[in-house]
Design a protein around this ligand. Structure first.
Ligand code: HEC
Length: 145
C-alpha cells in the first residue's frame, strides 16, 4: 500500500514533465508537416515558373536555357558550387531579384518578386516572401551531394 501511494506521488510530480514532452512532440510533428507542405508547394511553383528555363529536374538543360546569357546554372548543384553549403537567404534573394546579388545583377533571370505579383495576384510582402522561401526550401531538397 505504502509503496503504491509513493508511486502515485511520483507520477503526479512527473505529470507536468509528461505534458511538456507530449507538447514538444506535437509541436515537432506539426513543424515537420508544415515543412513538408512548404516544400510541396515550392515544388509546384518550381514546375510552373522555373522548369521552363531550369529544367524539370533543375539541370538547366533546356531549349530556352540554351538561348540565355549567361545560361541558367544547374540548380541541383547550388550547394556544391558553394563548398557544400546551401545558403537559404542568398537563394531567396536571387529568386526575389530585388537586390543585386553579385554575379546576378544584369541577367536573364526574371525578377520573381515583381513577376509573382502579376502572375499570381500576390501583392503583400509577407506572402511574396513566403512563396519565395517555399521555392527555396524545395530547391534545397534537390541538391546533389
Ligand atoms: C527565363 C528563364 C528563367 C526562368 C523562368 C527562371 N530562371 Fe533562374 N536563372 C536563369 C538564368 C539565365 C540564370 C543565371 C543568371 C546568372 O548567372 O546571372 C538563373 C539563375 C538562377 C539561380 C542562381 C543559381 C546559383 O547557383 O547562383 C537560382 C537560384 C534560380 N535561377 C532560381 C530560379 C527559380 C526558383 C525560378 C522560378 C521561380 C527561376 N530561376 C526561373 C533563368 C531563368
Amino acid at each position: 500500500m505504502k509503496i503504491s501511494k509513493q508511486n502515485r506521488v511520483v507520477w503526479i510530480k512527473l505529470l507536468p514533465a509528461v505534458f511538456f514532452l507530449f507538447g514538444l512532440l506535437v509541436f515537432a510533428v506539426s513543424c515537420s508537416n508544415d515543412k513538408k507542405a512548404a516544400i510541396a508547394i515550392g515544388g509546384e511553383w518550381y514546375m510552373s515558373y522555373c522548369a521552363s528555363c531550369h529544367g524539370d529536374n533543375g539541370d538547366g538543360q533546356t531549349q530556352i536555357g540554351a538561348t540565355l546569357n549567361p545560361p541558367p546554372q544547374d540548380l541541383r548543384q547550388i550547394a556544391k558550387r558553394r563548398n557544400g553549403i546551401f545558403p537559404d537567404a542568398e537563394i531567396s534573394k536571387i529568386i526575389a531579384g530585388k537586390e543585386n546579388v553579385p554575379g546576378h545583377s544584369t541577367t536573364d533571370m526574371p525578377i520573381w518578386w515583381e513577376s509573382f505579383k502579376k502572375a499570381e495576384g500576390v501583392y503583400d510582402d509577407k506572402s511574396l516572401q513566403e512563396k519565395i522561401d517555399q521555392i527555396t526550401a524545395y530547391l534545397k531538397t534537390i541538391q546533389e551531394e
